[in-house]
Design a protein around this ligand. Structure first.
Ligand code: NAD
Ligand code: ZN
Length: 342
């Protein structure tokens, strides 16, 4: 079958032929229709330090996808051939304390599809049936293909009550922008997002940001004054991984504020702990998606009118994957879809 793989320990990926995977007794075989390019795939493409330490070579990668079940292991219940599915990319052990307590997102033995084992940038993907998630009618293939990052945005944004709150989101990458739309949908008052990239800030405006602030030119304090927010933000969603963005967030939070951290900063990043202590801030780290509460919330929000469609800005046939990666690398994109059917 066709697959997009890292064949050498070097920059880039190659469209190649690999063996179709075997289906174990608890697995489903998914025929992939559409995939999306994640920031993680960009790290893999660039072959940075993290990728060199993490990605086995040769292996095909990718973990944002939608497809159709074409075969089932003999033990699988609850799915049928023909079901349209996406899937949870974190494969969990099932026997650690958190797994057994139903907190699968906290599994200490998580294995990542397209990171630690072969991925979805291929004509066929095998995953445990436990990880498959049926997509209801009425949700487009394109949106179904981005449930993984939409799930990161949902898990983060729904960590705290946003109703009537003033929310600061740092980082208008695809996940930050989707978090804007979610915060609006669930009833936040002001949703302010920061970045240094005007293209992405414009997309965030389109998706409902009260203010989209280019912090290289504009001060957050001034924006707060315009919005008559004298005290500070109630909830912060850190979605950039950039230390100065997190510092600015800490400075602009109200006392008693709550922060969810999704962005991954460089190791050993220092912060001003006095901001945390004397403001009585609550900080929560976010990893992945809750299995499968986050997935149900995503469906429910789309079915109750959440419109994420502007986040998909580019579409390519998989043969043109280089153009897709170029679009992501340029920073002038939202989500980029690769089509495996065409
Ligand atoms: P992304 O890299 O596309 O977005 C990050 C954005 O931050 C970019 O648009 C960048 O221009 C912006 N930025 C740069 N400097 C800034 C500054 N000073 N202030 C505000 N914004 C600034 O990433 P993404 O795919 O949207 O993911 C968001 C973050 O979440 C990344 O750090 C990613 O590694 C992380 N992530 C974490 C998990 C998890 O499970 N914890 C899962 C997925 C992604
Ligand atoms: Zn576990």
């Amino acid at each position: 079958m066709k697959a997009l793989a890292k064949l050498q320990p070097a920059v880039g990926l190659t469209l190649t032929e690999v063996e179709k995977p075997d289906v174990g007794p608890n697995d489903v075989l998914i025929k992939i229709r559409k995939t999306a390019i994640c920031g993680t795939d960009i790290h893999i493409w660039k072959w940075d330090d993290w990728a060199q330490k993490t990605i086995p070579v040769p292996m095909h990668v990718g973990h944002e996808y939608v497809g159709e079940i074409v075969a089932l292991g003999q033990e699988v219940r609850g799915f049928q051939v023909g079901d349209r599915v996406s899937g949870e990319g974190h494969i969990t052990c099932g026997f650690c304390r958190n797994c057994r307590a139903g907190r699968r997102h906290l599994c200490r033995n998580t294995v990542g599809v397209g990171v630690n084992r072969p991925g979805a940038f291929a004509q066929y993907l095998v995953i445990p049936a436990f990880n498959a998630f049926k997509i209801p009618h009425g949700i487009s293939d394109e949106l179904a293909a981005i449930f993984d990052p939409f799930g990161n945005a949902t898990h983060t944004a729904l960590s705290f009550d946003l109703v009537g709150e003033d929310v600061l989101i740092t980082g208008a990458g695809p996940i930050g922008i989707m978090a804007v739309a979610i915060a609006r949908h669930v009833g936040a008052r002001n949703v302010v997002i920061t970045d240094v990239n005007d293209y992405r800030l414009e997309l965030a405006r389109k998706m409902g940001a009260t203010r989209a602030v280019n912090v290289s030119r504009e001060s957050l304090r001034g924006v707060m004054e315009d919005l008559h927010m004298s005290e500070g933000f109630d909830v912060g969603l850190e979605m950039s991984g950039v230390p100065t963005a997190f510092t600015a967030m800490l400075e602009h939070m109200n006392h008693g504020g709550k922060i969810a951290l999704l962005g991954i900063p460089p190791a050993n990043t220092a912060i001003d702990w006095n901001q945390v202590i004397f403001k009585g801030l609550e900080i929560k780290g976010i990893y992945g998606r809750e299995m499968f509460e986050t997935w149900y919330k995503m469906v429910a929000m789309l079915q109750s009118g959440l419109d994420l469609s502007p986040i998909v800005t580019h579409r390519f046939a998989v043969e043109d994957f280089e153009a897709g990666f170029d679009a992501m690398l340029s920073g002038q994109s939202g989500k980029v879809i690769l089509d495996w059917d065409s």
